[in-house]
Design a protein around this ligand. Structure first.
Ligand SMILES: [Cu+2]
Length: 116
């Protein structure tokens, strides 16, 4: 006599990302639950250079919305991965930049070039 038991398993996939935070850098943003696991990623954006740190460590950018990161348009300081990036751009330049995530809410610019 045979008895076969069928076991049905339910996979509970409960990973809803509550992601409307824009908590990178100097922006004040409400603390968001940081238990979510984010993969380090890159994203591209367009902005206008407002100022450049003398040591080339950062630039102040008025950037447009970055949908991939759910960032609204805003003016903010962004760290440059390499001070040499600042040499190619000037104040008031319209630029295309690529961000690389360096921490949960931290990003740095790894590519920066003028566009028209
Ligand atoms: Cu921003």
């Amino acid at each position: 006599m045979f008895k076969v038991a069928f076991v049905a398993g339910l996979l509970a996939a409960g990973s809803a990302l509550a992601g409307s935070d824009h908590g990178h850098g100097k922006h004040s943003s409400p603390a968001v639950d940081d238990t979510q696991q984010q993969q380090l990623r890159t994203a591209e954006g367009i902005g206008t250079v407002q100022s450049i740190a003398q040591d080339g460590s950062s630039v102040m950018l008025a950037h447009g919305p970055i949908a991939e990161l759910r960032w609204p348009a805003m003016t903010m300081e962004m760290t440059l991965a390499d001070p040499a990036l600042a040499e190619r751009i000037g104040i008031e330049d319209r630029v295309r930049f690529v961000l690389r995530q360096t921490g949960e809410t931290d990003y740095e610019i790894v590519s920066l070039e003028p566009v028209d």
